[in-house]
Design a protein around this ligand. Structure first.
Ligand code: DC
Length: 229
């Protein structure tokens, strides 16, 4: 495991469409530190499984494939990126086949151990904002800052629907709502590292707040700390 004791780590957890991705990316940009989207690693593994024709419900096959993969991490414009077996999966991470299967990949304990190790190693690059489901609870329980962003289910469905319209030109609110609920259930009831409010995390309910308001709150708190140390 990497030695990250001297690094400033801002952990941001929360359910899908809680606003945490946009907030985390913007906060990192404002703070001029690296942004890490931990879900991208789970999505990357899912992309690889789909590509290789491996059934994501077949944990043994997924683990076998995972153990043969080679991951390389690098930073581009202060954003953590990676390749799997020399291929950059970025453009495929939000595709429908990945979106529908990633929660099944994320329940496999061996996959979580692998990803947690990779995520901890990213602190070797420097100070960072990392978003996910278990960052303040499992990946970096001693993070300098821990936030848990939430929003009412209707608000989350509306946001995700808007995103889908922008990226895919279509989307059905009801379907978005049931897909979110399905993923929430899998994420919060899985045995290993279920979605939970990490001990000591500050909860921000972003319903009715603008992205800027949430970002400003986090950036102000982190900046106040940085000027003190
Ligand atoms: O944040 P996201 O929508 O990209 O996450 C994709 C999936 O990965 C989702 O089902 C939750 C899971 N995930 C996780 O279990 N732990 C993380 N730290 C990040 C994501």
């Amino acid at each position: 495991m990497s030695n990250n004791t001297a690094k400033m780590i801002v952990a941001i957890d929360g359910p899908s469409a809680s606003g945490k991705s946009t907030v985390s990316r913007e906060a990192a940009k404002n703070l001029k530190i690296m942004y890490v989207d931990s879900g991208a690693l789970y999505r990357g593994m899912t992309w690889k499984a789909v590509r290789e024709g491996v059934d994501v419900k077949d944990a043994e096959a997924v683990i076998g494939l995972m153990n043969e993969t080679n991951w390389d991490f690098f930073i581009e414009d202060l954003v953590l990126k990676f390749t799997i077996d020399d291929e950059d999966p970025t453009d495929h991470l939000r595709s429908e086949p990945v979106r529908e299967r990633v929660a099944d990949i994320a329940v496999i304990p061996e996959v979580r151990v692998f990803m947690v190790d990779r995520l901890r190693e990213t602190a070797d690059f420097g100070d960072l904002v990392m978003e996910g489901r278990d960052i303040g609870s499992v990946v970096f329980p001693d993070a300098t800052f821990k936030y848990y962003l939430d929003a009412d289910p209707e608000e989350r469905a509306r946001r995700r629907h808007k995103e889908l319209l922008a990226t895919e030109g279509k989307g059905d609110v009801e379907q978005v709502m049931s897909s979110l609920k399905r993923r929430d259930t899998i994420d919060s009831t899985r045995k290993t590292a279920p979605l939970q409010i990490p001990l000591g995390a500050k909860v921000i309910n972003t319903t009715g707040m603008t992205i800027e308001e949430v970002v400003d709150q986090i950036v102000d708190e982190v900046d106040a700390y940085r000027t003190r140390v």
